[in-house]
Write a protein that binds this ligand. Sequence first.
Ligand code: TXA
Ligand code: MG
Length: 329
Amino acid sequence: MQRTPSPAKIDHAASILRAGGIVAFPTETVYGLGANALDGVAVARIYAVKGRPATSPLIVHVASVAMAKSLVASWPEIAECLAGKFWPGPLTLVLPKRHAIPDIVTAGLGTVGLRMPAHPVALALIRAASVPLAAPSANRFTELSPTTARHVRQSLGGDVDLILDAGPSEVGIESTVVSLVGSRPVLLRPGGISRKELESVIGPLSPAKDLEEGPHPSPGMHARHYSPRTSLLLVSDGELPDEGHGIYLRRTNPARVRDDLRSKSDSAAFGITIIQMPTEPAKYAARLYEQLHLADDAQVDWIAVDLPPMTGEWEAIHDRLRRAAGKSG
Ligand code: TXA
Ligand code: MG
């Protein structure tokens, strides 16, 4: 059942934000942990609560293109074009920042990541607070992102001032991050908007490795990021049951997964739960973190994931699965 916080609750959350508090709120990608992006002290609390290193910049959430423009030193044609096509939506645009944004928000970078989320509660909250909201995903550093308010409570619990619950996030993985700072746009993080969708509007994207080397070539993209607590094993050699894309959970020795899963009918006897995942990327993404959270909750010994096809439409999912398995992207 879809829940929606009342207007009074959203106003209450907005007053907490204006007073320097931190509020977890739903977006279409994952739940965010928000603070007034213009209040460095409030933003510092986000880093403290998450245990996030100061080198990882935060995304600033806006409720309109006008609000985005007020935060950047320049708003190029390509930003207008991408925002026009994909906002509100799961696309973060990195642009030169204005001084009004405290350095702590951007981890000292001269750029800021901006996104207008496609979620009525997130937009209502930003509008009610009348300030942009700096918000990373509402989980402790390195953990899985939350796609429900329950996930937020489990990870951050009483450390946040309020959690707005609007049911599960529809997209289920984080936004695509694109830098518009250089001469050509660069994909920094694949996500809810696919490379193909972006390229259909702006032409070829440069891969992130084309970025000039520096202290933050791809800030915040740590190898063990987006990880369940349970160890995760990627399997792709076709020895597993091949209908759909399964997440296989079991309680014993991961080394035996291939043998034991040859016959699906044997799997229950080995204590393995087989979850059939959707074969369509967007539907798969919408369920992925929920399943990984469930595996953590069930305290299974490991998670085995059948790798989806190596095609572009699965790029963001491959990225998150590699990270969840502790391999760099
Ligand atoms: O879907 C999402 O993006 C969610 C929801 C809450 O909006 N947020 C999210 O935030 O995933 P977080 O903090 O977990 O990830 C932020 C990503 C990181 O990969 C970071 O490197 C990148 O955005 N980022 C933010 N500001 C940046 C900047 N100025 N330059 C380059 N990358 C930036
Ligand atoms: Mg995160």
